[in-house]
Write a protein that binds this ligand. Structure first.
Ligand SMILES: Cc1cc2nc3c(=O)[nH]c(=O)nc-3n(C[C@H](O)[C@H](O)[C@H](O)COP(=O)(O)OP(=O)(O)OC[C@H]3O[C@@H](n4cnc5c(N)ncnc54)[C@H](O)[C@@H]3O)c2cc1C
Length: 509
């Protein structure tokens, strides 16, 4: 994310300049760890010394208090330092938002300064053998024994496994079926490395995240004090959700600095590569691809900071965080593919960063909720929003002889609510929306009457096969539509006919 935005505070603008310079100074060192596939501990310590791990931590706990916007700024730049970006984001995600919203004062005093210092890394542990996209299906159990909790189970795909000291985990604290239905069976805990029974099981060989360990951890009768429980017992789902908006946003932001480097590389490369006696930047196809890359990068940047601002203003932008996550990762994959195409064979080598972005972007499309899951969230939440559910009733307009969106009352309003008139309302709707059903409330809006009165009439009309009722899963009448017989009974054929003015009478039959 290479642009400053006018709504950033002076401190956010200042950290942007500061972290950019830090990254420029350390790019070469990061490259060396990447090539040697070594975890970049010395570089991580330098990041900690700069105080960047505390970017989102309040000042009273030793942080910089620059919010989600500041966290995005730092993540975007540190993403250019290979493994460092991922370790940085995950370490913040392992408790920051969750503690800020659900931690007690004592818990904040213990862990927030640790997050801010960055001396210890953190890992976020949701995923398990049984729980992937269905994150509520955790089997790792926490059973209370006196003042302690005893943990048993496994977590997998944990970024920073092994190198982290703090593990923010979600465990099942109840098997009650009713509680599970309300997501009340999960509780959040902080587990420190070194507790007896807590071990590292496996490190995954992955398509990307080259020098970041990602693996499985095992809890075998691990005892932790009740102090390590974050939020109320059974409130883990809310704790997880609070952290997830932030996680999706920051996890997405980490790509944008990399993309900026690729755009730089593309200008550099295409001005120096000659084919058919021309530098390849003169080919319209190359220019078009670079233009598309820039446009996508800018859309991602703008959208991410819009989402960050919503979080900083105290919002819960679930839809926006999902969109940010989805477009940042999808676009990053597309940008990487286009960049490789522009770079030709060189783009496929590890000597240039395009292939790495492709591998990381693919991971991005799966971690922290797959793209499919983001789409599910976007759809489900938007389907409930009043702004997308405004009435769009169409009424027949005799003057223009067509159905148009109208706020006028229905021509049937005021008629007696009888079988005959209700059928007329439903049949008339065929003239306007031949393929659609009406909701019971649509019918009620047109003719009036009570819901129960109409329900009885619908059932009577259905019995006579004059309408079809579409029922929801619970058996309730959800939609109604006139049958052929119903249409015939209500109006003569001519009522439904419609021809454009140019159509010859002679051709009608
Ligand atoms: C490199 C890497 C780092 C990770 N880091 C962490 C970490 O630090 N902490 C952590 O807890 N987890 C981490 N994960 C786990 C990651 O969040 C999960 O892999 C991810 O949520 C998907 O779960 P899954 O792999 O079990 O896939 P599944 O949930 O089994 O999904 C398989 C396929 O089914 C689709 N699918 C599932 N449900 C639906 C649905 N309802 N509608 C439509 N399609 C659906 C998915 O989109 C996907 O295409 C990491 C994973 C990787 C690869």
């Amino acid at each position: 994310m290479s642009e400053e935005f006018f709504w950033w505070t002076d401190s956010q603008k200042a950290i942007y300049k500061d972290v950019r310079q830090f990254v420029e100074e350390n790019l070469e060192e990061a490259e060396e760890y990447f090539w040697n596939t070594k975890f970049p501990w010395p570089l991580v310590k330098k990041v900690a010394k700069k105080g960047y791990f505390g970017v989102g931590v309040p000042k009273e706990y030793g942080g910089l208090e620059l919010g989600a916007t500041g966290s995005c700024i730092v993540a975007a730049q540190l993403g250019r330092l290979y493994a460092v970006g991922h370790v940085f984001t995950v370490s913040m995600l392992a408790g920051l938002e969750q503690l800020l919203r659900f931690g007690t004062d004592e818990q904040k005093k213990v862990w927030l300064p640790k997050i801010a210092e960055g001396e210890e890394l953190g890992a976020l542990c949701i995923t398990e053998p049984f729980a992937g996209s269905d994150a509520a299906n955790v089997f790792t159990s926490a059973i209370k024994e006196g003042d302690e909790w005893v943990l048993n189970g496994k977590k997998r795909f944990i970024t920073g496994a092994g190198v982290s000291d703090r593990y923010f985990i979600y465990a099942k604290t109840s098997d009650d079926k009713a509680l599970r239905k309300q997501y009340g069976h999960i509780t959040a805990f902080m587990v420190e490395k070194g507790r007896p029974g807590f071990s590292l099981e496996k490190i995954n060989p992955l398509i990307g995240f080259d020098n970041v360990p990602n693996g499985y951890i095992d809890f075998d009768h691990v005892r932790i004090p009740d102090f390590n429980r974050i939020g109320a017992v059974g409130n883990g789902w809310n704790v997880m959700m609070a952290g997830l908006n932030f996680e999706r946003l920051i996890g997405a932001a980490v790509f944008s600095g990399l993309v900026e480097d690729v755009i730089n590389l593309l200008f550099h490369f295409t001005k120096r590569r000659v084919q058919f006696r021309r530098t390849i930047n003169q080919f319209p196809g190359i220019q078009e691809k670079i233009a598309e890359i820039i446009a996508k990068a800018k859309v991602c940047t703008l959208y991410s900071y819009h989402c960050a601002k919503l979080i900083d203003d105290g919002g819960e932008p679930m839809v926006e965080a999902s969109i940010a996550k989805m477009i940042n990762t999808e676009y990053a994959r597309d940008i990487a593919l286009k960049a490789i195409q522009i770079l030709g064979g060189d783009g496929l080598t590890k000597f240039l960063p395009a292939e790495r972005i492709l591998r990381e972007a693919k991971i991005g499309e799966i971690v922290a909720g797959t793209t499919e899951v983001q789409k599910m969230i976007i759809y489900r939440f938007c389907a409930m929003l009043p702004s997308y559910n405004k009435p769009m009733r169409m009424r027949w307009n005799d003057e223009v002889n067509a159905p148009i969106i109208s706020r006028k009352e229905s021509q049937f309003k005021g008629l007696d609510v009888t079988e005959e008139n209700v059928l007329k309302v439903i049949s008339h709707d065929y003239k306007i929306n031949p393929g659609l059903y009406m909701t019971p409330d649509d019918v009620r809006e047109d003719i009036g009457g009570s819901r129960s009165e109409l329900r009885k009439i619908f059932e009577q009309l259905e019995e006579q096969k004059l309408i079809v009722i579409h029922r929801d899963r619970s058996g309730k009448t959800a939609l109604v539509k006139a049958t052929y017989e119903g249409l015939q009974k209500s109006f003569p054929k001519e009522y439904y006919q419609w021809f454009p003015a140019w159509y010859e009478n002679a051709d009608k039959f």
